[in-house]
Design a protein around this ligand. Structure first.
Ligand SMILES: [Ca+2]
Ligand SMILES: [Ca+2]
Length: 141
């Protein structure tokens, strides 16, 4: 378990690094598409939010800890609708990438220039962790 310091620019640099972000999204999408049909279903997307810990990042850990199962389902449904731009009931790679970009930038705006500390497992594959890793890789040794 390591602690990383993240501020808005950490995330923004990651999202704006086309190669790094595209790679992360591609990998994330492939990992999430459990049945390999090329699109994400409602339940696949829900798993992604659980595993990427985006709800916690975006809305705060308290929401997830205190919400009833019904409330959580509603929350995930509302997120799914945001992703599913063309309302065809599934999320394709492009819809996924576009919305993840928006979410990451919203998180970046929320953080602004006030750094926060996040405790992240080394095996953590969240986009936040990847953003932190990218920034670390650019620091002078
Ligand atoms: Ca699928
Ligand atoms: Ca769609």
């Amino acid at each position: 378990m390591g602690v990383v310091i993240i501020d808005g620019s950490t995330i923004r640099d990651f999202v704006n690094d086309e190669a790094a972000f595209t790679k992360a999204i591609d990998k994330g999408f492939a990992d999430l598409d459990i049945d390999n049909d090329g699109v994400l279903s409602r339940s696949e997307l829900r798993k992604s939010f659980e595993s990427l810990r985006l709800i916690e990042s975006h809305f705060g850990a308290d929401i997830v800890a205190t919400a009833t199962p019904d409330e959580l389902t509603k929350l995930y449904d509302s997120i799914f609708v945001k992703f599913d731009r063309d309302r065809n009931g599934t999320v394709d790679r492009e819809e996924f990438g576009n919305e993840m970009r928006k979410i990451m930038l919203a998180i970046a705006d929320g953080l602004g220039s006030s750094p926060i500390q996040m405790a992240l497992d080394d095996s953590d594959q969240s986009l936040i962790k990847q953003a932190a890793d990218l920034e670390a890789s650019k620091l002078p040794a």
